[in-house]
Write a new protein. Structure first.
Length: 319
């Protein structure tokens, strides 16, 4: 095997807690969405930003902020308005969203946002740790911070830190029966380059029986493209693999392995799962083995290419 089929740090505990990890049915006591008051219309609120009445503009600004992502499309359009005040108000709200600052963001979370914005590596990691410990309420903020256009030499270590921090915190959430909260935190791994972190997320989805559902969501996001497409592609490979669709993502995994050396082990492990020994026979250089020729011959035999395997071994004997 070229690498672990899935990171196992979380699986050991989680496998022993199937009822805690399994997706829970809806709470019958929860209020029905149909009975909730309708949310304000973002387009109408954006029009109110141009009102000649100051109070109307202020109220619309607050309501748009409260709507969060639902208001984002309307705000993006308004930010390009010819009306300077409309453009400024819309831009200010979008700037808050970009840092995860929402109306219900607790003061302690706001403090960690400030720490993250310092740009200092140690302070950024400490902020991530504190926000993970804050639990699910801090997830939107964490997602916004981790979606920032960070330098490559900062992004990798930051997501590695997130992965190990979650490995410490998630088991406690599972034991407390908060599997949904644990999944929301683990989903943050899908935005980054950590193969181990994405693998942890896929393991959790598999154990909850949600790998197929999330794979469809990731597939749609990947097809949509955009700056997040590379990270989405990594998460998609792991999610579809966890859902049992190994053959369906081999080509995508090969593309990722060609661009990212950290993904090579995951790709080769995927080839093993798919039984593509012929493809693996040509991928022995750099692999930790006592005999690369022996490994190549072994893989050729598994691929049903006995004559080619014999030729490799014969060349070794004649050398």
């Amino acid at each position: 095997m070229t690498g672990p089929r899935f990171p196992l740090a979380l699986a050991g505990l989680i496998l022993s807690l199937p009822s805690a990890v399994a997706e829970q049915p809806p709470d019958p006591a929860a209020p029905s969405p149909a009975t909730a008051a309708p949310a304000p219309d973002p387009d109408r609120l954006v029009r109110d930003l141009a009102s000649p009445v100051f109070g109307v503009r202020q109220k619309a600004t607050k309501e748009l902020w409260r709507l969060g992502d639902r208001a984002r499309p309307a705000l993006l359009s308004a930010a390009g308005s010819d009306d300077p005040e409309v453009a400024k108000r819309a831009g200010d709200i979008l700037a808050k969203f970009s840092w995860g600052v929402l109306p219900d963001t607790p003061p302690e979370v706001l403090a960690q946002i400030a720490e993250f914005r310092s740009g200092d590596s140690a302070r950024m990691k400490a902020a991530v740790t504190a926000l993970v410990k804050a639990g699910r309420p801090a997830v939107p903020t964490l997602r916004a911070l981790l979606d920032k256009d960070l330098a490559a030499d900062a992004r990798g270590p930051l997501f590695d830190h997130l992965c190990w921090t979650l490995r410490r915190e998630v088991p406690g959430l599972v034991l407390a029966g908060r599997a949904d909260d644990a999944e929301a935190l683990l989903a943050l791994n899908a935005a980054g380059p950590s193969v181990q972190g994405v693998g942890d997320y896929a393991v959790f989805l598999h154990l909850r029986g949600r790998a197929g559902v999330v794979a469809k969501e990731l597939d749609a996001a990947h097809r949509a493209g955009g700056p997040a497409a590379p990270a989405t592609a990594r998460a998609l490979v792991f999610a579809r693999r966890a859902a049992g669709d190994v053959d369906g993502v081999v080509a995508l995994a090969a593309e990722l392995a060609g661009k990212d050396g950290a993904f090579v082990s995951a790709y080769e492990s995927l080839l093993e799962d798919a039984g593509r020994w012929g493809d693996l026979a040509g991928r022995v250089d750099g692999f930790p083995s006592n005999s690369h020729d022996g490994l190549k011959a072994f893989r050729l035999r598994l691929a049903g290419k006995a004559a080619d395997a014999d030729a490799v071994l014969a060349a070794v004997k004649d050398a």
